[in-house]
Design a protein around this ligand. Structure first.
Ligand code: JB2
Length: 207
């Protein structure tokens, strides 16, 4: 009898990723990675001494040593007041020769033409439409909607439930607070800070 070669599928081995941080944002990143088909968590890197699941495998000054064992890392420190800490960590991790993968939740809708750069995480429920481009080390948080042709820069945080309409251009180091709505064709300059629940109808360049 002919063997059924499709009976047992080879499962791709999951890659271990170090998660930096042990606060609220890291928890949500961990949730996304735990449900990922591509990645698993190697452990957390946290400067605080506390019990945690997943376990803490070191502090920031262990990262150089950890690189001997692990290649992939994700920054799980959130970004509300300033993007500086995440941006600096990103530069340091690159110097240490880490790879910062794009992490995409299994529960998203993302068009095939979307381009996303290294170290960016797309959380559960996000919808990202055609020809969107997203820079490196950014966060597209839970249930954010990013419509067609939007450009988002580096180190930028699109918070939970934000709606960004078509053709919007967003710079680097931007924070857009939860539930904000950005109408179509708007430009948001680098380093802008938009409070939760704001409706942006004109180009935005305030901090
Ligand atoms: O330099 C650092 C560092 N700075 C802060 N290195 C490492 N390894 N960890 C650092 N942290 C860690 O970030 C702190 O040890 C702490 O565990 C964590 C901050 O926790 P917190 O819960 O206050 O914030 P968060 O950044 O994880 O999450 C915020 O931003 C998210 C986007 C929260 O406001 C969340 O509610 C929000 N969803």
């Amino acid at each position: 009898m002919k063997k059924n070669s499709n009976k047992f599928h080879k499962t791709e081995k999951k890659k271990s990723v170090i998660l930096i941080g042990c606060g609220g944002h890291a928890k949500v990143c961990a949730d996304v990675i735990l449900n990922s088909k591509k990645y698993k968590i190697a452990g957390l890197v946290c400067n605080d001494k506390k019990k945690s699941t997943p376990p803490i495998i070191g502090a920031d000054n262990d990262l150089k040593k950890l690189r001997e064992k692990y290649k992939h890392v994700l920054i799980g420190i959130g970004q509300i007041k300033s993007s500086e800490k995440r941006a600096k960590l990103f530069r340091n991790l690159k110097k240490m020769n880490y790879v910062l993968p794009v992490i995409i939740s299994e529960k998203t809708i993302i068009s095939k033409s979307v381009k996303i750069n290294e170290g960016t995480i797309i959380m559960d429920g996000a919808i990202i439409r055609p020809d969107v481009e997203i820079g490196y080390n950014s966060i597209i948080n839970t249930n954010a909607i990013v419509e067609h042709d939007v450009k988002i820069g580096n180190n930028t945080h699109i918070s939970t439930g934000v709606i960004i309409n078509g053709n919007v251009k967003i710079g680097n180091n931007v924070f857009i607070g939860s539930g904000s709505i950005i109408v179509n064709n708007i430009k948001i300059k680098s380093n802008s800070f938009i409070k939760a629940g704001t409706t942006v109808k004109k180009n935005f360049e305030k901090n």
